[in-house]
Design a protein around this ligand. Structure first.
Ligand code: AMP
Length: 221
């Protein structure tokens, strides 16, 4: 029974980029998760199941033991305040960066070293507060659920904190990156119970995924 576990994977980009790594680790879903409407998928490994859920729900499922393991973005993990979650592996996929951005017109005269009090719109309320509190900068953080770029255009906030990949979204809306909070990638997480009760299965999966990540990165990385 020790090799039985449920792995919760964030749907979308993380799921797409996780499937080749899981395949390299010997785990293949029995039907195409991008096409199936099933939320729990069996795999070619008896007892190993995949759960495909919204990214923000992955830490919750793992924390409460509804899933043993999870694959989710570091941004979501940082924003989730739960305990008993262990980060097992950086999967090196779904890479991007969490940035402070502002209109290029403001950036022309702005000096981040002079920041004292900021009004920021973001989905990442806790992470933003923590980041600026550590630097002694006061913030008024306005929670949004989507399209952060709109906030400065509409006069809701001067600055935003958002994920940036190519920078195209910011550019298209007249915004520029002014400060990096952190680099982001997807992580394999586990809960304490899974680590204790299924130690061998978890460790085997971590080892296989680590090998898959290393070979996906190529020599020299
Ligand atoms: P880009 O225009 O390539 O800089 O992408 C920025 C947009 O894509 C933002 O709206 C982000 O929220 C989203 N995004 C970029 N990278 C990721 C990622 N790794 N995971 C989730 N969302 C992302």
């Amino acid at each position: 029974m020790s090799d039985q576990f449920t792995l919760a994977v964030a749907k979308g980009r993380i799921l797409n980029e996780s499937l080749p790594l899981l395949a390299a680790a010997g785990i293949r879903p029995s039907e195409d998760p991008q096409k199936s409407r099933r939320l729990i998928l069996e795999t070619n490994v008896p007892g190993v199941r995949l759960m495909v859920i919204r990214s923000a729900d992955v830490p919750t499922f793992v924390q409460f033991g509804a899933a043993d393991l999870g694959i989710v973005g570091k941004d979501v993990l940082m924003e989730h305040d739960g305990e008993d979650l262990y980060e097992m592996l950086d999967l090196g996929i779904a890479r991007c960066r969490l940035m402070v951005a502002e209109p290029s017109t403001l950036a022309a005269t702005d000096d981040p070293a002079q920041w004292r009090r900021l009004r920021i719109a973001t989905k990442y309320v806790h992470t933003t507060r923590r980041h600026f509190a550590a630097k002694g900068i006061q913030t008024e953080v306005i929670k949004l659920y989507g399209s952060m770029e709109l906030a400065p255009l509409a006069g809701l906030a001067d600055r935003i904190v958002d994920l940036v990949d190519t920078g195209n979204t910011l550019r298209a809306n007249g915004l520029v990156e002014v400060e990096k909070i952190t680099d982001i990638s997807a992580r394999l997480i586990a809960n304490r119970a899974a680590l204790k009760m299924r130690h061998q299965a978890v460790q085997e999966l971590v080892n296989k995924l680590a090998a898959a990540v290393a070979s996906a990165a190529g020599p020299g990385e």
